[in-house]
Design a protein around this ligand. Structure first.
Ligand SMILES: *Cc1c(COP(=O)(O)O)cnc(C)c1O
Length: 402
C-alpha cells in the first residue's frame, strides 16, 4: 500500500468518510442484528470469545456493527482504540468504575458536566472514592489538589456554560507528576475539534449524543485511549452492560462520515455569531473562546482545530430578558443539548445549573440572564436574523422601554 493511502496519514474528512478499511465491499457497514453467534467448533467459539469487544460472541461484550464504528471513531480521533457506550454518562461512569477502587482519590473541575459531578458524589457516598473539585480558571488549584494516591484528574475544555479553557498539556503535567491519569471529556470540542491525546491526555471521553451523533436522534457515549487503559473500562462495560445496539451503532458510524463537515460549519457559524455579538449593546458579557479578548483564547488557539467549538453564551439584563430571548426565537429551538445540526438555545440557570443555590451559580459565573447557544449548521444569515430579532424583541419588552 502506498504511504499516502495509509488511513492514519489522511486528512480528517477522508478518514471520516473512508474509515480504517477502505477498499471494495459494501459502501456501508452491514447491520448484524444478532444478540449471540454460533460456532462450528469449540476452538472457533473460544477464539471469538477471547477477542472481547472486537469479537462476535455475545452482544453485551461488543458486536461487529459496534466494532466497525469504534474503529472508525478511533481512526478519526487518532487514538489506538475506542469503546462506545449507551450514553455519555455510561462512558463516564464506566471509566470511573473501571479505574477507581475504594479509597482512591479523584480530582475534577467544579465546572464539569452536572452528571459527572453527580457520579463522583455517588461514588464518594457509596464506593469510598475520595473526591476534590478544582477551578478550571485556576491551574494553581489543580497542583494543590492532585497528590500521590490520585488516580484520575478529570477535565473538560471548553467548559459549560461559561466556556472556560483548560490548558490540557498543563493538566497532563499535573496529573502525570503524581502518577494520575488525565481524562478529558472532549464533548464540546468533538473528535475533530481538539485532540486531547496529542496534548498528553490518557483517556478521551464523549457524549456521542452531541456532535458525534449530531442529529438529535440518539443517545451514546465513547471512551478512547491506549488498549491497556481501556481494558478496565471495557470490563466495567461488560459488568454494567451499557452499550449501543446494532441499529444505534450503525447510525453513529453513518454520522461519523459527516462529522468534520458538520463541526466545521457549526464552529464557523458560532464564530460569526460571536463576532457580530461582540459589539452589540443589547447584551452584556459574551463568552466564546474564539474571541481574541477571551482569557483562554491563546490556549484554545493552540489546542483546538477547525475553530473554537459550536457553543457560546451571553448575558442579557435578567431572567425575564433571557426568557424573552429564548421565547422570541422562531428558528432557533429552545432545548437542552448541543452539537446537533439545528441551533439550540437554553437558559443554564433554569436547566443544567437549576439545582445550585443562587450563590453557587454566582460563584460559577452563571447569572439568571445567561443564554447559551449551541450553534448548528443552518445558513448564517437566517441564524443572525433570528438572534437579532429575538434580542430586539427582548429589549423592547423591557419595562421603561418605548
Ligand atoms: C451531554 C453531556 C454529557 C452526558 O452525556 P449523555 O449522552 O447525556 O449521557 C457528558 N458530558 C458533557 C460535556 C455533555 O455535554
Amino acid at each position: 500500500m502506498a504511504e499516502s493511502s495509509r488511513p492514519r496519514d489522511q486528512g480528517p474528512s477522508t478518514r471520516a468518510v473512508h474509515g480504517p478499511h477502505p477498499g471494495p465491499g459494501p459502501e456501508s457497514t452491514p447491520i448484524i442484528h444478532s444478540s449471540n453467534f454460533s460456532f462450528e467448533t469449540l476452538e472457533a467459539m473460544l477464539e471469538a470469545q477471547s477477542r472481547g469487544a472486537a469479537g462476535a460472541f455475545y452482544q453485551r461484550e461488543g458486536h461487529p456493527t459496534l466494532h466497525a464504528c469504534e474503529e472508525r471513531l478511533a481512526l478519526i480521533e487518532g487514538a489506538p482504540a475506542g469503546l462506545l457506550f449507551a450514553s455519555g454518562m455510561a462512558a463516564i461512569t464506566a471509566t470511573l468504575l473501571g479505574v477507581m477502587r475504594a479509597g482512591d482519590h479523584v480530582v475534577a473541575l467544579r465546572q464539569c458536566y452536572g452528571g459527572t459531578l453527580m457520579a463522583l458524589r455517588w461514588g464518594a457516598e457509596r464506593l469510598g472514592w475520595v473526591c476534590d473539585l478544582v477551578d478550571a480558571a485556576d491551574p494553581a488549584s489543580w497542583a494543590r489538589a492532585v497528590r500521590s494516591g490520585t488516580r484520575i484528574f478529570h477535565v473538560e475544555s471548553p467548559t459549560n456554560p461559561t466556556l472556560e479553557v483548560v490548558d490540557l498539556a498543563r493538566a497532563a503535567e499535573v496529573a502525570h507528576g503524581h502518577g494520575a491519569l488525565l481524562s478529558v471529556d472532549n464533548t464540546f470540542a468533538s473528535p475533530v475539534g481538539q485532540g486531547p491525546l496529542l496534548h498528553g491526555a490518557d483517556l478521551v471521553l464523549y457524549s456521542a449524543t452531541k456532535s458525534i451523533g449530531g442529529h438529535g436522534d440518539l443517545l451514546a457515549g465513547a471512551v478512547l485511549g491506549a488498549p491497556e487503559l481501556l481494558r478496565d473500562v471495557e470490563s466495567a462495560r461488560r459488568v454494567f452492560g451499557g452499550l449501543p445496539d446494532p441499529w444505534t451503532a450503525w447510525l453513529i458510524e453513518r454520522s461519523l462520515k459527516t462529522l468534520p463537515l458538520r463541526v466545521e460549519r457549526s464552529n464557523a457559524n458560532a464564530a460569526e455569531l460571536a463576532r457580530r455579538l461582540a459589539d452589540d449593546r443589547r447584551i452584556g458579557r459574551l463568552n466564546y473562546p474564539g474571541l481574541p479578548a477571551h482569557p483562554g483564547h491563546a490556549t484554545a488557539a493552540r489546542q483546538m482545530t477547525l475553530g473554537f467549538g459550536p457553543v457560546l453564551s451571553f448575558e442579557v439584563a435578567d431572567g425575564a430578558a433571557a426568557r424573552a430571548v429564548v421565547e422570541g426565537f422562531r428558528l432557533i429551538r429552545h432545548a437542552a443539548s448541543l452539537g446537533s445540526v439545528s441551533t439550540l438555545a437554553m437558559i443554564p440557570a433554569l436547566t443544567s445549573l437549576r439545582r445550585l443555590s443562587p450563590e453557587e451559580r454566582a460563584r460559577a459565573g452563571v447569572s439568571d440572564g445567561l443564554v447559551r447557544l449551541a450553534v448548528g449548521i443552518e445558513d448564517i444569515e437566517d441564524l443572525w436574523a433570528d438572534l437579532d430579532g429575538a434580542l430586539a424583541a427582548a429589549a423592547g419588552a423591557r419595562p421603561g422601554n418605548p
